[in-house]
Design a protein around this ligand. Sequence first.
Ligand SMILES: Cc1ncc(COP(=O)(O)O)c(C=O)c1O
Length: 418
Amino acid sequence: MLLNDQQELEAKYLMNTYKRKPVAFARGEGIHLYDDNNVEYLDFLSGVGAVCVGHANPAVTRAIQEQAAKLIHVSNYFYIEGRGELAQRLNALLNEGTTTANNAEGNFSNNWKVFFANSGTEANEGAIKIARKYGAKYLQGADTVISARRSFHGRTLAALAATGQPSKQESFQPIPEGFKHVDLNDISALKQALNQGAGGVHVCAVLLECIQGEGGVYPCTAEYLKAARELTEAKGILLIIDEVQTGFYRTGTHPFAFQNYEISPDIVTMAKGIGNGVPVAAIAARGIAGSVLEAGDHGSTFGGSPLVIAAANATLSELERMGIGQQVSETGEYFQKCLLELPGVVEIRGKGLMVGVEFEKAIAEQVVAAAFEEKMLLNNIGHHIVRFLPPLICTKTEIDILVSKLKKIVTNTLEQAQ
Ligand SMILES: Cc1ncc(COP(=O)(O)O)c(C=O)c1O
């Protein structure tokens, strides 16, 4: 019994950092997962938004198998196959919709330079290091990073300091200094924060998610993100967009969510969808920000190793082959329309296949638990919000199955909550 064995072993030998659901998954295929008794689950969480082209995607699996048979790891002291090409592909995706190539080093360059990391947290940690060094060099020592309340940027100390959720920081004092939080979508608060210190020179970067994922699926307004870009650009302050959750067509049409807002950040951090579940992440920076880090400034033993590069290249090829942007945009719109039929809903937020439903009553945990009993994997954020992050290959048929069961679940849960 895989589940019982694992529950026993993990209780004894693993740190108790997760409240796991009582299921042990043995394999997956597309949007489905299968437990140790071969019971099928409909996966509307995709490993928290990572498995974008589906479980056991044949092309990605083949690429990993072939690469594993050739070379898994050599360290960053050497050149390997595919890394330059992957960075070149990211460059093209980041510039999608940009008509002119500008390879100069100045702030308006759109030649993105990439550092490969292992997780979203690490990508943000690296971006913060770039911002600090940039601030020291070009902004008279400005060292403060502004981010939004309710944001999530990761669990290492600096990424945690940037995360705008005090409850996650409380046990780990002292949290590193040089971080300040403002309310999302409040342009005047941002303006004020940027103007503190003589001429605003204390701030080296603004770090934002286009849609706050872990915070509860709260999007930036178009006006806010445009203002953030204009205000930072005017002062030479870096704009870092955290695309760890929103990247790689999660929000439909475009590869990155910032492209929905017609702005161009200085730094973009990404992870999750880039490797279809294989741990690979990246920091991309353009212009001066792209050449701030020099040899010896930053590094990683595993970052950008042959195995993950092969997985990421295969994932990007799959996304391209499937024309996934258009598909996600259509299924996402359909999904939101279907979710409107649920009772007790206050608001539906998000874009593409990153969707949050806020309920009037505190029923989110019960809804997720009941969905689990019905073999559907969802996730709740707090007591009111249910979040959906299905694989991007999710179809309207699967949405219909989910929503029809969900209608009954929510109706029953609301009745019990009376
Ligand atoms: C926006 C965002 N940034 C950073 C992270 C941290 O990424 P990771 O868990 O890969 O370290 C997450 C994880 O959910 C995220 O959603």
